[in-house]
Design a protein around this ligand. Sequence first.
Ligand code: ADP
Ligand code: MG
Length: 480
Amino acid sequence: MTASEMDTTDYLGIAEALSYAASHGIIVSQAKNSAIGTNLSHAPMTYRPTPLHRPCYHHAIDITNALNTVVYRIAHNHTYLRESLAETASADAEFTGRLLALLDNAPTKPSVELGIFRYDYFVHEQSNKKELRMVEMNCIAASFGCLSTKTSEMHRFLSTHPTCNFNINTNDLPQNDATTALTRTFSVAHKEYLKLHNISENRSTGIAMIVQPGERNAYDQDILRSAVWESAKILMIRVTLEEINQYGVLEDGHLVLRLPSMGYPVLITISYYRAGYTPDDYPSEKQWMARGLIESSLAAKCPSAAVQLVGTKKIQQILDKPGEIERFVDRAEDAAAIRATFAAQYSLSTADGGDEVAKMGIERSGDFVLKPQREGGGNNIYSQEMKEALQTMTAEERSAYVLMERIRPVVVKGTLLRDGRSFVVDIVSEFGVYGVHVITAGKDVENGSAGTLLRSKSASQDDGGVAAGVAVLDSPVLVD
Ligand code: ADP
Ligand code: MG
């Protein structure tokens, strides 16, 4: 973006938006390791809500329950996970391989399971037809639910404000209840745990929110922590994997944290990860030991290693194979509705015809995206760089990637607000639906959707999310 693209016509409305964000906690730290409450800035966001095709919005929400069940079923099929990920794990031994090895730690005693997911989509446009296309399933650390709720509220406020000429009917702004839905889900899972394991009311209990040291996005997380306390008086404690390694023990199978800062032991009902999705989160054996301890405890793992592995790009590629997603969905119409969102994905393993696939990627580099087994944005390879990567990688290195058909999202004009400045650019928007799933001793207690996220980025950027500094928070205005 250049200064010439700055939006100067709507300065009163933009000032209102910036002020609303700052005064309602739509904020991020400006740098890692900032002291709490210092170095704050409004989160990057759009000025206006962005049009989203109404049928696509409903399509995404409607398939969430079935997708939650797919994740659950695959996570419990360790043979399937091991076989599907064998080659990936040997090519990516230090991360996928180590997560796969953690499957052996799972306790045999029944407990509570908690899934919090986000299924991300683009609206793909071809010959004037708009269709939903899944970008990925996030099975760990699906973030921004709380800031997203606030962004929806901000856009609703601005839509009625005289300084903003949005010309939007507020009936077309869908309610986004991510914060309350996530909060409720934590409360349900926590209480299920206390009930199932007969935990005495006299014990101090809580939820561990496992975070990256020095996290910039701590305020999105802390809206959730305070909401869980306010609504259910459940303590959610920020801890790092290193602290779990140092202060965590197992007592009768329960995970207990003896943090010096707390002064008393806390029985952890849920280990909720907002970290642990990238190899960078495991700089030493300490973090892996913490992960192993959590896996072998009865605590509800959000997610377990198994669930995290379902979120790998490799499993998502396999699910695209004919008949594959259908194995994990009860009703044929649900399977068809999920499959309708799939973009083509291909294995690059030699045994699956990877040489031919690589050739196709090299010849038509604009039509595909090369994806490694990584999360967090900024890892995919595109265009010329993809071509070169496919030409130079060994067959083994190549098998740790999948090749995905490039989605062509709808492009619209948008005003991005970043560091107090506005920019008018062509944008594309990625729509996410949160899924929540609580299971006690193998039985569904809750299975549903829990609000949405819209993130927009300049159409000229290939990759990247909000945390990666590319996308900004947005909310949808539904259009027919
Ligand atoms: P990550 O786990 O890093 O978030 P994603 O699969 O979500 O991985 O890819 C990161 C970003 O790359 C997405 O947010 C999207 O902008 C872009 N992207 C991913 N897959 C595709 C695709 N098939 N076509 C176009 N863009 C894509
Ligand atoms: Mg993503």
